[in-house]
Design a protein around this ligand. Structure first.
Ligand SMILES: [Zn+2]
Length: 279
């Protein structure tokens, strides 16, 4: 039996601007952190999808060209990293279009895939899928199919599928991976979950998904590979945010290496193409 390919996706953003202070300038750490990740992926011969934030692409177009040159898929992470909940449909469309055009100009290819800031496609913002389709995106990977305080749609299908839209069209959705244990769905993979949970649990979870024929969707951020970043920033050592965001960064690269050495990974679009969900 052919092994199931899993999706590796990278949200390319600068931690300070995306998570700490949205009004801050995007800093050059995103470049060094992303280049480090690109080298690591080259070591494993793995190609991924990089959902690049528009503000990053605008300031550092050479980084976007480098991601493309090394054979990865370049998708969009929107422009300003503003959660959709805080935007009107019109503001969202402007933000998504701005990033799409910037990335398209840099790579010469319009991005196919979109990832919302903070997984903010939720029951109240599902209209965003119609908008993404109108703008020309063929897939989205923003829905976390769990019940969570800040994001998620608890009843959403757990694997890649086509979503029928109001205008009669459709867009593919590649949701973030969850584990179904009886009636309960648990997040176990990606970002903070990969930082905080033992890698054995993540290996077990991916095997379980793959045995049922489902590809895993792993998402990471370049800054998670940098355990020293917080020491360089003017953030109090006693800040709960610093504690929460720094916890597990030291073991992150080791865990990622284990995942990359254990399972085959590919860009999200390639997996959706193989499933016949996008062209
Ligand atoms: Zn993000």
């Amino acid at each position: 039996m052919k092994p199931v390919l899993n999706a590796l996706t990278v949200d390319v953003e600068d931690w300070v601007q995306s998570t700490y202070d949205r009004d801050a300038q995007v800093g050059p750490r995103v470049v060094t952190n992303t280049l480090r990740l690109l080298d690591l992926l080259d070591c494993f011969g793995v190609r991924a999808t990089f959902f690049v934030q528009g503000m990053v692409a605008q300031l550092f177009p050479e980084l976007v060209r480098e991601i493309d040159r090394r054979g990865h898929e370049v998708g969009s992470h929107g422009y300003a990293h503003e959660p959709i909940l805080r935007q009107s449909p019109r503001q969202f469309e402007e933000d998504a279009l701005r990033a799409r055009e910037l990335i398209g100009e840099i790579t010469g290819k319009a991005p196919s895939g979109y990832r919302a800031p903070d997984f903010s496609i939720m029951p109240s913002t599902l209209w965003a899928l119609d908008c993404l389709h109108r703008l020309g995106f063929t897939y989205d990977s923003s829905i976390f199919p769990i019940r969570h305080r800040r994001y998620g749609i608890a009843s959403w299908p757990a694997g890649p599928h086509l979503v029928r839209l109001g205008d009669g069209g459709a867009i593919a959705e590649f949701p973030i991976s969850v584990l179904q244990l009886g009636q309960t769905r648990l997040p176990f993979l990606g970002g903070g979950y990969t930082r905080l949970l033992p890698v054995a649990a993540q290996l077990w979870g991916i095997r379980r998904l793959n045995r049922s024929g489902l590809p895993a969707m792993l998402y990471i951020h370049p800054y998670e590979l940098n355990p020293k970043e917080m020491d360089e920033l003017p953030i109090s050592r006693h800040s709960p945010l610093r504690f929460q965001q720094n916890w597990g960064r030291r073991s992150f690269e080791r865990k990622l290496r284990t995942l990359l050495a254990t399972f085959p990974f590919a860009p999200a679009r390639a997996i959706l193409q193989a499933l016949g969900l996008v062209e």
